[in-house]
Design a protein around this ligand. Sequence first.
Ligand SMILES: [Zn+2]
Length: 203
Amino acid sequence: MLGYDWPRLHAALNDLPIALLLAAVLFDLLALATRRQSFRQVSFWTLVVGAVGGVAAVLSGLQAEDRISHGDAVHRVMETHELLGFVTLGVFGVLALWRLVRENRMSSLERTLSVVLSTSGAAVLFATGVYGGKLVFDHAAGIPTSVLQGELRERGRDHSHEAGQEHPAAPDPVPASPSVTEPGGLPDTAAHPHSPGTPTHTH
Ligand SMILES: [Zn+2]
């Protein structure tokens, strides 16, 4: 729909839990520091909607995992990213249910414990994002092989800029690894190389 495949949809939906859950934690801390009820209400609703966004991010991620071409390196990073995503959703899911049930009856100790949990969840959320970024920026995960090959050729070509426009500092040339540039040398989704001892897995 609208040119969105699962990897693109996953990348778009991820903004929901990242923005909303981090806002929830921020307002949690502000509420704890100032005791203002309005901050507590903001953290409550951003947490609930953020947890729903987290479900959407995880479900779209599981769909994307089954559809991207990848090799062993992506596979390993993807497994870590997936585990961190599940932990993030688990922490904020429990927290959202906890507050939906107990919001108006929490003792100050219970309130403090919930803020400790949300702050820990923010750390795991951050790690999930870091590993998601590694997938895209270190391994081009989600970029179809044909697009990747076309882009490698494109980057290798000389090009000109309009008069007066300075060329930015040229980055290191992309090393043309034979396994990437040779047609047919790329691993596909169904069968890709794994290091010895990698458990059997399905995609
Ligand atoms: Zn794999």
